[in-house]
Ligand binder design. Structure first.
Ligand SMILES: Nc1ncnc2c1ncn2[C@@H]1O[C@H](COP(=O)(O)OP(=O)(O)OP(=O)(O)O)[C@@H](O)[C@H]1O
Ligand SMILES: [Mg+2]
Length: 297
């Protein structure tokens, strides 16, 4: 059963501390603020286990992202005039629909907008224009606090540099999202985290600090932490960028396993061999989607 709990990234944790005070006693089944029940049935174009007709779990429609501008209009090539000076257009009209159960690789040159797309899907960042709908919620209409709670229930994220808490052991890191959500008694939370650590092959490393683990082991702890609350969507941004090829392949076996168990997986990679492991490859260049193996003609 998917429970959902806070994503253990720094932004989420800070916002969660604030929102929790107001959220105590809020039923888990309550509709999320900003949620919409209508995700267009025409949107999905994936080839995952759900097939092309499966509803989109992630949908970006006409998304533009301009950094350094609060929503200005395009003025000329490469420049956007906002209320606070010139902004940089990182995304210039992205349409992307991903069906539940897909495993999608996002690839493209440095600076093309890959991380921006991941951050928009995670609700870490907001579009300047267009709509972002994930798991039935319109992220562009939600407040930061609503997003923090939503993110914890919906998204697991793994970054290139792991972002583990250095003073916590592997087991404590893997338990963190459950602790933040205060999901069940402490003993049960530890048991759940131990199961996740064992699932990534680290059953015997729970007592170690991140510094006492190899890069591959740290990344596996990060995956265990991302999956702590069994989110329906796992996002990875160059999650194997720091690992050698063999370890990167191992990591993708883990992702494949999660995907086969129903998790929608979207990951950014520069590595064409790793991109080819996905069931669908989306290519990004200069803020636009220039290729999509999942698209129907
Ligand atoms: N916070 C920011 N402020 C201003 N510009 C930004 C910001 N974040 C990203 N950009 C710019 O937006 C563009 C897209 O950035 P993004 O991080 O999405 O690229 P990327 O495809 O992930 O690149 P890489 O492969 O190097 O990680 C880049 O040109 C980048 O310089
Ligand atoms: Mg990036």
């Amino acid at each position: 059963m998917r429970t959902g709990c806070p994503a253990a990234d720094h932004k989420s944790m800070k916002l969660l501390a604030r929102s929790r005070e107001r959220q105590v006693g809020r039923p888990r089944s309550a509709a999320e603020p900003g949620s919409t029940t209508t995700v267009p049935a025409t949107a999905p174009q994936g080839t995952g286990p759900g097939g092309p007709a499966a509803p989109a779990i992630i949908e970006l429609a006409r998304v533009e992202k301009v950094y350094g501008s609060a929503g200005g209009k395009r003025r000329g090539k490469g420049e956007v005039g906002g209320g606070r000076g010139i902004g940089f257009p990182a995304l210039s009209g992205v349409d992307l629909a991903i069906a539940a159960g897909e495993m999608v690789a996002i690839t493209g040159p440095s600076g093309s907008g890959k991380t921006t797309i991941i951050n928009l899907i995670a609700g870490i960042d907001r579009p300047t224009a267009g709509t972002v709908t994930v798991n039935g919620s319109r992220l562009d209409q939600m407040t930061e606090e609503q997003l923090a709670v939503w993110r914890g229930r919906t998204i697991g994220i793994v970054f290139q540099f792991f972002q583990l808490m250095p003073t916590l052991t592997a087991a404590e890191n893997a338990t963190l999202p459950l602790d933040l959500a205060r999901l069940g008694p402490a003993r049960e939370r530890r048991a759940v985290a131990s199961r996740h650590l064992a699932a990534v092959g680290l059953g015997d490393r729970g007592g170690r600090l991140p510094l006492e683990l190899s890069g591959g082991e740290q990344q596996r702890v990060a995956i265990a932490r991302a999956m702590a609350c069994d989110p329906p969507i796992l996002l990875g941004d160059e999650l194997t960028g720091n690992l050698d090829t063999g370890l990167a392949q191992d990591m993708f076996e883990l992702l494949k396993g999660l995907n086969e168990n129903g998790t929608t997986v979207v990951y950014v990679t520069h590595d064409q061999a790793l991109a080819a492991l996905a069931s669908r490859i989306v290519s990004v260049r200069d803020g636009l989607i220039t290729g999509d193996t999942g698209r129907r003609p």
